[in-house]
Design a protein around this ligand. Structure first.
Ligand SMILES: *Cc1c(COP(=O)(O)O)cnc(C)c1O
Length: 471
């Protein structure tokens, strides 16, 4: 007890620490940050004393200085930072999904630093609509009559359901009531939209008759959901969307499809699995389709709604739309990305997501060789390193079980644990995110960019040069 009081009394004085640190950094660091850091460090220590951590005997001046310095360094760093994606997951939701091309990034930067005609009609000199900027292009590319873009696909689904099925019934197959990443579940989104969910069929099989039997006076629409991140195999059946459309027509209903990824190119011609394209869905007669901008489309975060004019006009008039609206940065980069799709080869070359998905494994092997050449001899006393064949993933809920052949750098440190290595790599100036597999840390080179090769090599070298600290 006495011990505790003594330890608390010996905590450094906040004001003294602040003035010492401010003097040391000659006021190059905002006073507010210095203050926050000192308070946080001392507070953490106070909590520790109060918790009675075993064997704790206070800390030296040097320890304090070290803590302050580390905490300051952390505070001065951006919270949102660039990382090297060594996971091989191309559309990695936790690492920001699709990357923009240089051109699209330029368009975004220009829209940010200059005035634009965001809502200004240059012909009439009057107020314009931000939605017109990409609507025409989406229609030309997909064959839809009209289109609208909102914040993301979850917003698109919510908005369309709220517009068409609020207080009405929407019929969905039990096999399609999916959860996509932690917070997006079809049944939950439907509830929020005010639509009453009518589940039909069994988990593995749904037939046209199931939809037919469920139709009532309260029915507003038939909903089809792309199951994205999971596949059912074995004794299964889904109703083809054409049959849903025919049934809806007969009953004066609307068919909506949540396509998830939003593919505009049939990637099966490039060796990938077949995903339904937006054009095919529109062509099948679906009234309204929703899809993400940053999954297989390879653009910025956005939710695209395309379909029949009559339906889209209703969605545009929904006041909720204003709360979900897309910003100018997204519009600028989305337009730029979409324009690539007028020519398939241009799209495959210029859109990073598509380029990464269609590149052959030779390219990754070549990248690996270039990295090995730079690091192998130098780090081999402390870490075994070699090039190994691996499997990368598409990600973003698309093509869940598809294996993309790739190559990875495999690191097996001799003096530290793999988990330590994995953790330390996340703390580097540019964090390297890899994965542990077969007793090695793998850095899959499919998702490492060409201009990151030399940097990756020197980050690894730098780390092992300083490795002594962890022995
Ligand atoms: C990814 C996905 C969503 C959510 O899209 P976001 O753009 O992440 O909001 C909705 N539905 C399906 C089927 C999806 O795959």
């Amino acid at each position: 007890m006495e011990d505790k009081k003594e330890l608390l009394r010996n905590l450094p004085k906040v004001d003294e620490c602040i003035s010492n640190l401010s003097a040391e950094f000659e006021n190059t660091i905002p006073m507010m940050l210095v203050k926050l850091v000192v308070q946080e460090c001392i507070d953490t220590e106070r909590q520790r004393i109060l918790r009675n951590d075993d064997g704790y005997r206070g800390r030296s001046d040097e320890d304090w200085q070290y803590s302050f310095r580390c905490a300051l360094q952390k505070k001065l760093q951006s919270n949102l930072r660039r990382v090297i994606n060594g996971t091989g997951v191309v559309i990695h939701t936790n690492l920001g999904r699709s990357l923009l091309s240089q051109n699209a990034t330029h368009a975004l930067a220009e829209a940010g630093s200059h005035y634009t005609n965001l809502e200004y009609n240059l012909e009439t000199g009057k107020r314009g609509s931000r939605y017109n900027l990409v609507e025409g292009i989406i229609c030309e590319l997909t064959g839809a009559e009209a289109a609208l873009v909102v914040n993301n696909n979850a917003a698109a689904v919510l908005l369309v359901l709220e517009t068409l099925a609020n207080n009405k019934e929407a019929i969905v197959s039990r096999g399609q009531l999916v959860e996509i990443g932690g917070s997006f579940r079809i049944p939950d989104v439907m509830k929020k939209s005010g639509a009453k969910l009518i589940e039909v069929g069994a988990t593995n099989r749904t037939h046209l008759k199931d939809y037919e039997d469920a139709i009532s006076d309260e029915t507003a629409l038939l909903l089809k959901v792309h199951t994205s991140n999971f596949r059912m195999i074995g004794f299964t059946s889904e109703v083809p969307v054409e049959e849903m459309v025919a049934l809806a027509r007969k009953n004066g209903l609307v068919v909506m499809e949540d396509l998830g990824s939003g593919c505009l190119i049939d990637l099966s011609s490039f060796g990938l699995p077949k995903e339904p394209t937006v054009q095919e869905v529109i062509n099948a007669g679906v009234d309204v389709v929703t899809f993400s901008g940053d999954k297989l489309l390879g653009g910025p975060q956005a939710g695209i709604i395309a379909g029949k004019r009559e339906v889209i006009e209703k969605v545009k008039k929904n006041p909720l739309n204003r709360a979900l609206r897309i910003d100018k940065f997204t519009l600028a980069s989305l337009e730029n990305i979409l324009r690539n799709y007028y020519d398939t080869n241009t799209a495959l070359k210029n859109i990073p997501t598509l380029a990464m998905l269609t590149q052959g494994a030779d390219l990754m092997k070549n990248r690996g060789r270039r990295i090995l050449r730079r690091i192998e001899k130098k780090i081999s006393p402390v870490c075994a390193v070699r090039l190994v064949p691996v499997v990368s993933r598409v990600g973003g809920g698309a093509m869940p079980e598809y294996n993309l052949a790739s190559w990875a750098i495999e690191l097996k440190p001799r003096h530290i644990g793999l988990n330590v290595l994995e953790k330390e790599f996340r703390k580097l100036t540019v964090p390297i995110i890899g994965r542990i597999e077969n007793e090695g840390l793998l850095i899959d080179l499919r998702t490492v960019l060409e201009d990151e090769i030399v940097e990756l090599a020197s980050l690894i070298l730098g780390f092992f040069g300083a490795e002594k600290a962890f022995q």
